[in-house]
Design a protein around this ligand. Structure first.
Ligand code: ASP
Length: 414
């Protein structure tokens, strides 16, 4: 049912994006706040990505369900997807916990001046469940909530496949719409180098330029080093090993195929906004069948966040260390579980992890205003963890496709 749209990703696109990112970094570094002048370009790019998310999710999931042939297969894919999500998220939280206990970035840090105003936000796991079934699906779409859209699309697609020939007519139309949506994604992709340039330059500019940024980063130096080393360990060692051993795919080639998506994740700090590119790169460059990507990726963009989970664990233990609060082994287990839940509950939007962290802090009775301490560098760490989040989703699509016995081959572009 799903036809493969030919990816337009020319060989100049990835180098173009990398140059855009580098130039953005340099301009933001040296020109500081002046670079806020290009913010609109970044916003325009972000808007274009967000604009296409709702039709992309609806069309791709419904045609994905249809292409399975038998709606019962959904259960098997779903179960494997959940196993992958939970295992990799668990591993990443574990890495975070080990690193933060070994490096102890918070020990000896004192007197970080904080402004805790507005930190008293409530967040619980029930909110996540409630968010899956909203009273008004159109409002949920308008608010860019991805989870309810996935639930409704799965339901609708599943039911259409049981309606015989009549359902088939609508499914065929949705599959055509899906192809058209992918073509719009391809168009948007041409603007990625400019968009990423503007987003990086403006954000660094907003932080006050290179010197101010380095000042913040060194103030929270050991904490940032812990988060970034954990992310690197997970993204560069663990996930590639899973790719190699479980999906039996050569990690470097798969990584290169995901290049545009990963750079966009870094540029936008949003897994949801990156979703169109993650889908395109996984399907059209890495050859992962749409039957797998159409479930694993949209769901993964909001639920599977390895980077966020790792960061939540490190941040919470860092806060405990700064306050001189010793956490027992039992409390550590609670952090492990709640950080996993907090990552599942975080929306794929910038700095969502900060909001769901309240859940983890509360679970082990830590002061919520600890969050204010790590705020200054969060925009940067957010970009790093979002890149790992998107990478984890892409690896998941390959793993689930392999587990389901789907054949695929990376499209060699050189
Ligand atoms: N910005 C992250 C994402 O979109 C979520 C977070 O960790 O704040 O994946």
């Amino acid at each position: 049912m799903i036809k493969k749209a030919k990816s337009p990703t020319k060989s100049w696109l990835l180098p173009g994006i990398l140059i855009g990112m580098l130039l953005g970094g340099l301009c933001g570094w040296f020109f500081g706040e002046k670079m806020l002048a290009v913010q609109w370009m970044g916003d325009l790019f972000l808007n274009a990505l967000k604009m296409i998310i709702v039709p992309l999710i609806i069309c791709s999931i419904i045609s994905g369900v249809a292409s399975l042939g038998d709606v019962r297969k959904l259960g098997s894919i779903g179960a494997k997807t959940v196993v992958y999500y939970l295992t990799t998220t668990g591993i990443s939280v574990f890495i975070g916990l080990v690193l933060v206990n070994v490096i102890k970035p918070g020990a000896g840090v004192q007197g970080l001046a904080v402004d805790a105003a507005g930190m008293e936000r409530e967040y619980s796991f029930v909110d996540v469940l409630m968010g899956m079934i909203p009273p008004n699906i159109f409002k949920a779409m308008a608010d860019g909530q991805v989870l309810p859209l996935i639930v409704v699309s799965l339901l609708f697609g599943g039911i259409l496949t049981t309606m015989g020939g009549r359902g088939g007519k609508l499914l065929e139309m949705i599959s055509i719409a899906n192809e058209a949506v992918m073509k719009v994604v391809h168009l948007i992709m041409y603007f990625t180098p400019l968009g990423i340039f503007a987003l990086v330059a403006a954000r660094l500019g907003k932080a006050g330029g290179g010197e101010a940024f380095m000042g913040e980063l060194t103030r929270l130096g050991l904490y940032s080093v812990t988060v970034i080393s954990g992310l690197l360990l997970h993204g560069v060692v663990v996930l590639p090993l899973i790719l190699l051993l479980v999906a039996r795919v050569r990690p470097w080639r798969f990584f290169r195929g995901m290049g545009e998506a990963l750079a966009t994740a870094f540029g936008t700090a949003s897994s949801s906004a990156t979703l169109p590119l993650t889908m395109d790169c996984a399907q059209n460059k890495n050859g992962v069948p749409a039957k797998a990507t159409s479930f694993v990726l949209p769901l993964g963009a909001t639920v599977n966040m390895d980077g966020t989970a790792l960061y939540e664990a490190v941040a919470v233990l860092f806060i405990a260390q700064v306050y001189g609060i010793e956490l027992s082994m039992g409390a550590m287990v609670i952090v492990f579980l709640t950080a996993t839940l907090a990552a599942i509950g975080a929306a794929g939007i910038p700095e969502a992890g900060l909001v769901t962290m309240v859940m983890v802090l509360k679970a082990v009775d830590l002061p919520l205003d600890g969050i204010a301490m790590i705020l200054a560098v969060d925009w940067f760490l957010d970009r790093c963890r979002t890149t790992v989040n998107a990478w984890g989703d892409a690896v998941g699509a390959a793993v689930v496709a392999r587990w389901e016995g789907m054949r695929f081959k990376i499209v060699d572009r050189n």
